[in-house]
Design a protein around this ligand. Structure first.
Ligand code: DX5
Ligand code: ZN
Length: 213
């Protein structure tokens, strides 16, 4: 069985000690670092920008999994790629009329391309793009904030994506993931889990990460 990729969302980390938090999750068995970029327009919250990604790149060798919850994502691909992101995931809803071009732009920067859908978006809408992306991120909460409750219906999109994807597709879920909801997602075919409040809310990060697999 293939390993489940765990990507802790630093949105729930202690930002005053970010380097240490990232060091801790790496030592605790995390595979990636999930960085939630929010612009106050696509979602009603503002979080991390390019300079922070640049600083994170200097302190870790973990894969930087950057989730762009922003409008006009094409305008920010170059800076986020150059800041050191290994994966750039854009939202389908932010550029539905030009998503193929935006994916192409990500690939030209030599980073992996991810495509995300919000809870109300039908998974079938992105089937035409599944041959061109490395990762699909299925939001299991409305994007914008950590600590929300998992929306069970969203997990039903996992098999739809899986059935229509190449073998090596990374199918990631994000929002409300804990030791119980992770199992639901894995059983439906997810192979990458983002978790913020569940991991950073526990004393023992290693145990938290292991309990997700
Ligand atoms: C929500 C973000 C998530 C968030 C997950 O918009 O995309 O990555 O940090 O937080 P939890 O795991 O607390 O639901
Ligand atoms: Zn996220």
């Amino acid at each position: 069985m293939k390993k489940i990729i765990i990507s802790p969302s630093i949105l729930s980390a202690d930002f005053a000690n970010l380097a240490q938090e990232i060091d801790f999750i790496g030592k605790a068995g995390a595979d990636w670092v999930h960085i939630d970029v929010m612009d106050g327009h696509f979602v009603p919250n503002i979080t991390i920008g390019v300079p922070v990604v640049k600083s994170i790149r200097k302190v870790t060798d973990l894969v930087l999994d950057t989730h762009l919850m922003i409008e006009n994502p094409e305008d920010y691909i170059e800076p986020f790629a150059e800041a050191g992101s290994d994966i750039l995931t854009i939202h389908y809803e932010a550029c539905a009329d030009r998503v193929g071009d935006v994916i192409q732009k990500i690939k030209e920067k030599g980073v992996k391309a991810g495509l995300s859908i919000k809870p109300k978006t039908d998974a079938r809408e992105i089937i035409p793009y599944l041959g061109n992306v490395d990762l699909v991120l299925i939001m299991t909460v409305e994007p914008g904030f950590g600590g929300q409750e998992f929306i069970h219906d969203c997990a039903l999109k996992i098999p739809v994506i899986k059935e229509n994807s190449p073998e090596d597709m990374i199918i990631q879920v994000d929002g409300g993931i804990n030791n119980l909801t992770s199992k639901i997602c894995i059983s439906l075919g997810a192979n990458s889990l983002v978790a913020g409040s569940y991991i950073f809310g526990q004393k023992d990060y290693r145990q938290a990460i292991e309990s997700l697999r």
